[in-house]
Design a protein around this ligand. Structure first.
Ligand code: 6CS
Length: 315
């Protein structure tokens, strides 16, 4: 048996090494009876094409960013809300592991579209890259900000006064280089590995959000598997949660150092103070009401539950 596993990243990057490690573990556990084939981003089109590929069964498994289901699974846009999860990436991962709002309620929303998310994991704290230092909301006035194809991501940047544009990451380097867009958000490992920092002068460590990815399977395929095979997948996905936490942590810290020390492409790294973050947070909070009123199909019930879980985790 062979399972095709598509990712939104390329060789060496967190999602792709995740798929490689998953493949290795499944092969080891089944003595080679099951082969998992990891696919890099690019071969199957854009990220939204990849979502469709999972849904129609062209691939069995995918690492997917909720942003790219933004026009379909409304509740999944919860991850586009800034300053919702705690500042600590580790604490955020704990919540992603245990939250019922996410692992039960949000999962059911995805299953309505033929996508079963088996796990949610962070690829690290978000940072902004740009040619001007983004230190206060007014710096975003009229700023052409690249986001993933998600209305709520757009809303989050409109709240700061920016002009967001949806773009696939395959087109992002060129767009930044030409100035079609002026900035973007991503974890530091990705800003470094995708070379965005080469065409941007500054990186702001804003930690306005966590980058969240999902390990997903085609719902019909997964539901049709032998329960023993399902259990093998579930158990392996669960083991991988701590593995991928370590991997993103290592890549984010190593690449931050390399970026700071790259004399050929100097990058100014700005760390926002608590006070600076508060100014953004104040403008970000009303976006939660926008989500509840204009995006959510369940009157914000999943968000309310998640907020409660986050509060309990912070006690
Ligand atoms: O910015 C993006 O769209 C890409 N960022 C990451 C961290 N992974 C894949 C995604 O497509």
């Amino acid at each position: 048996d062979t399972w095709r596993f598509i990712t939104e990243e390329v060789e060496g990057q967190v999602q792709y090494v995740y798929a490689e490690e998953f493949a290795k573990r499944i092969s080891d556990k089944t003595n080679g009876a099951i082969t998992v084939e990891p696919y890099e981003y690019g071969g199957l089109g854009s990220e939204t094409d990849q979502v469709a590929a999972l849904q129609d069964g062209a691939v069995e498994m995918a690492v997917m960013s909720p942003g790219f289901t933004g026009n379909m699974v409304m509740e999944g846009q919860i991850f586009a809300l800034h300053f919702l999860f705690p500042e600590s990436v580790e604490k955020t991962q704990e919540i992603l592991n245990t939250s019922e709002a996410i692992n039960t309620d949000l999962r059911a929303q995805y299953e309505n579209h033929g996508i079963t998310p088996l796990a949610f994991w962070t690829e690290g704290a978000m940072a902004w890259s740009s040619n001007i230092g983004l230190e206060e909301p007014s710096d975003f006035e009229g700023f052409q900000m690249r986001v993933q194809d998600s209305p709520l991501m757009m809303e989050s940047y409109k709240a700061y006064g920016a002009e967001p544009q949806a773009l696939s990451w395959g087109e992002l380097y060129t767009a930044l280089d030409r100035g079609t867009v002026e900035g973007q958000e991503n974890p530091v490992f990705f800003i470094y590995d995708a070379s965005f920092y080469e065409v941007q002068d500054t990186v702001t460590i804003s930690n306005h959000n966590n980058y969240v990815a999902m390990t997903t399977v085609n719902t019909d395929w997964y539901n049709g598997l032998d329960p023993k095979v399902q259990a093998l997948i579930d158990e392996t996905v669960e083991e991988m949660q701590s593995w991928v936490y370590e991997e993103q942590d290592r890549q984010n810290s190593e690449f931050l150092e390399q970026m700071k020390n790259d004399t050929e492409h100097p990058t100014e790294v700005i760390e926002l103070t608590e006070e600076q973050r508060s100014a953004f947070k104040e403008l970000a909070l009303p976006v939660r009401d926008y989500y509840k009123e204009n995006v959510s199909t369940v009157d914000g019930a999943i968000l309310d539950k998640l907020v409660g879980e986050i509060e309990a985790a912070m006690e």
